[in-house]
Design a binder for this molecule. Structure first.
Ligand code: BES
Ligand code: MN
Ligand code: ZN
Length: 492
């Protein structure tokens, strides 16, 4: 992990391999962002470089320069952070800073020491820079190893007040949690399956205040988790439900997070075409985000009780696999007719939401790479559905504040009839119309009476199979972790 420190010494004096300097976009091209504190000769030089190279200061524009006068750093990296503007930056401007700094830091792999100048004096800007650093510094670990490719330490040059110090600590905790989530998503499915997922979490929580309980196949059968058993029964790698608990004294709220953890989704007997299967190791990204969020909340010591429920299974075709038209009994007793074995996520989630509801939390949030329909509709913007508009807004507000793109979606009552079955209490899918919404309506059936619940469909943003961008690497993005942490913080 990259270490983050906060320093208020002069940027020119930082003896580092690389110094990141923000530049802002404007009508007459780019300019150095405010608050840099660089020497006059340095400013003049950088000003002519910006002009000669016709830099625009756009987010993602990264320009490395050597031999810059009056700076000790061997390399100066100009990082475009967008317009920024004067006055208090809004959520969009702060996200541009995260992305712009993240893109610059992503390019520093293999450099040992770096420094980044905060483009202003507010603790919000310190936070945005520190988060851009901690999220952008991630380098994927080759399977089974620990990555050593990311920059070793980054000194954030900015104001040293208590709020700024707190912001840097929070960014470091978020960065670690997101890195863990990304690592889990990136692990190949022959190494990461339900049992080894639980082993990984057990190792990760050592020394923290998080407790772990897990249900194996025998316990799942005994506990009536028919959805999870049905999905997992076709694989030699048996399913699990893992329950992670962080319970501080006198909590201000009690939250339940539920994550879809399909360690590989082949589609089962309703098998996917080869191309559709290629990214399906990412189908446990919801569970990975929940694990990361619970760890971060515990690490930050928030006075919020959280329980994470990870619904873990591998969806495979075999002679023991479930069939389309099987009827299974879910946790809590509802029967479900399985119509397409590729709609497996809702089956493990239904069991976990029912289990979470038994403890009557103040709210439930589930996070899942649930439908292809979400990707078609919203691409990398996650969809947020739920049974309570005020709670859905609370989730959306948290997402906007941390810089995760999410958009509200309805659960129309008139779609409920498509889930009727003559053989069971519920059919597990409708037709292709509104596939993202009918999946949400299915999940709503397992939420306990009166509990506010939100469903995040993250099929699009969980996995980046294109080139890296902003603070996103290729592969797992860690999407969802920061919204869950932000949601917990909204109860403080
Ligand atoms: N894991 C997939 C959804 C998915 C698709 C995630 C693309 C990430 C990227 C899910 O289990 C699935 O297969 N859903 C089906 C449901 C259908 C059979 C009702 C889908 O969306 O096609
Ligand atoms: Mn599927
Ligand atoms: Zn799936």
């Amino acid at each position: 992990m990259t270490t983050l420190t906060l320093s208020s010494r002069s940027a020119g004096d930082a003896a580092v391999d690389a110094l990141v300097v923000a530049i802002v976009s404007g009508d007459k091209g780019a300019a150095l962002a405010p608050g840099h504190g660089l020497a006059r000769r340095t400013v003049t030089h950088l000003g002519s470089v910006i002009g000669d190279l016709e830099l625009a200061g756009k987010v993602g524009e990264v320009t490395a320069l050597a031999s810059v006068p009056d700076v000790k750093a061997r390399v100066v990296v100009l990082a475009g952070v967008g317009a920024l503007g004067t006055g208090t930056p809004d959520a969009t401007a702060l996200e541009d800073v995260r992305k712009g700094i993240g893109a610059a830091v992503r390019g520093l792999a293999k450099k040992k020491k770096a420094a980044v100048i905060v483009p202003g004096t507010s603790a919000e800007l310190v936070a945005a820079v520190a988060e851009g650093v901690s999220l952008g510094a991630y380098a994927v670990s080759k399977a089974g190893t620990t990555s050593t490719d990311a920059v070793e330490s980054v000194s954030i040059i900015g104001p040293g007040d208590a709020a700024s110090r707190k912001a840097v600590k929070r960014a470091a905790a978020l960065g670690e949690a997101v890195a863990y989530t990304r690592d889990l998503v990136n692990l190949p499915p022959n190494l990461l399956y339900p049992e080894t997922f639980v082993d990984s979490v057990a190792a990760k929580i050592k020394g923290s205040k998080v407790k772990l309980k897990s249900y194996d196949m025998k316990a799942l059968r005994a506990g009536g988790f028919g959805g999870t058993v049905g999905v997992g029964q076709g694989s030699a790698n048996e399913p699990r439900i893992a329950v992670l608990t962080y319970s501080p004294a006198r909590p201000k709220a009690t939250l339940a997070f539920v994550g879809k953890g399909i360690t590989f989704d082949s589609g089962g007997l309703c098998i996917k075409p080869a191309a559709g299967m290629l990214t399906m190791k990412c189908d446990m990204a919801g569970a990975a985000a929940v694990a990361g969020a619970v760890l971060a909340i515990a690490e930050l010591g928030l006075p919020i009780a959280v329980t994470g429920y990870l619904g873990l299974a591998e969806n495979m075709p075999s002679s023991t696999a479930q069939r389309p038209s099987d009827v299974v009994t879910m946790r809590g007793g509802k029967t479900v007719e399985v119509l397409n074995t590729d709609a497996e996520g809702r089956m493990v989630l239904g069991d976990c939401i029912a289990l979470a509801s038994e403890t009557k939390p103040d709210a439930i949030v589930d996070v899942a790479t649930l439908t292809g329909a979400q990707v078609i509709a919203l691409a990398n913007t996650a969809a947020v559905m739920g049974n309570d508009d005020a709670f859905r807004t609370r989730v959306l507000d948290a997402a906007e504040a941390v810089g995760e793109a999410m958009w509200p979606m309805p659960l129309p009552k008139e779609l409920r009839p498509v889930l009727e079955s003559i053989n069971a209490d519920l059919a597990h899918k409708g037709g292709s119309e509104g596939g993202m919404l009918t999946a949400g309506i299915f999940l709503s059936e397992f939420v306990g009476e009166g509990i506010p619940w939100s469903h995040l469909d993250i099929a699009g943003p969980a996995f980046n199979d294109k080139g890296p961008t902003g603070y996103w690497p290729k592969g797992g993005t860690g999407f969802g972790v920061r919204t869950l942490v932000g949601l917990a913080e909204s109860y403080l």
